[in-house]
Ligand binder design. Structure first.
Ligand SMILES: [Zn+2]
Ligand SMILES: [Zn+2]
Length: 198
């Protein structure tokens, strides 16, 4: 294998790992915060999350329901590639390591896997891969995000979630729900007593 091809393949892997952190930051600061761009916040936080909730009947788009507000706008891919390209060219220029094509391929691949996985999670269709362990894991990982908005910010590759402390497993999520339910159950009689006494 030529050294150029090897460099581009290594660049692909490195940029793919990096993409998990880019997705994490994008999701947190542009999808769940209106500080920077209001349109992305509205489309994701106010529409996608309102339309698709944690309960399976809401999370999955069943027959007859409009399959809307799942994918990003068509110009998202050129924007992501165009945003990264100057940095990737600069990195190749200053390091002398052939890596631009590996970088462009990684950003593009990450985007398509993200979009297709996310669509398939919300629109099940008995595709062969929907029974694979990894898809089932990612689907549940993202379902939990539809309840805990600032957890599980990665859709299919939760490297950044693990590194940045926002990963919550299905088991931990169930335990958290049970704890909240128990707290509510114990605080309600106290509140009722207060109301009765008042
Ligand atoms: Zn979603
Ligand atoms: Zn979200």
């Amino acid at each position: 294998m030529s050294s150029t091809l090897t460099s581009e393949l290594i660049a692909f892997v490195v940029y793919f790992l990096y993409a998990s952190f880019f997705e994490w930051a994008f999701h947190k600061y542009l999808f769940h915060s209106n500080k920077f761009i209001k349109a992305t916040f509205r489309a994701h936080n106010n529409v996608h999350h309102l339309r698709y909730k944690y309960s399976p009947s809401s999370y999955e788009c069943r027959e007859g329901r409009a399959k809307e507000h799942i994918a990003m706008d068509w110009f998202a891919l050129p924007l992501f590639v165009g945003f990264h390209l100057p940095f990737q060219i600069a990195i190749q220029y200053f390091t002398g390591i052939p890596s631009v094509w590996g970088g462009v391929a990684a950003v593009t691949t990450y985007y398509f896997v993200y979009e297709y996985f996310h669509y398939a999670m919300h629109v099940p269709k008995r595709r062969g891969f929907e029974n694979f362990f990894y898809f089932k894991f990612a689907k549940e990982h993202h379902r939990i995000h539809h309840k805990h908005f600032l957890k599980n910010l990665n859709v299919f590759f939760p490297l950044a979630d693990l590194c940045l402390g926002t990963f919550i497993s299905a088991k931990a999520s169930r335990e958290e729900d049970a704890r909240i339910a128990a707290e509510r159950a114990t605080s309600q009689p106290v509140q009722r007593e207060k109301v009765a006494a008042g």
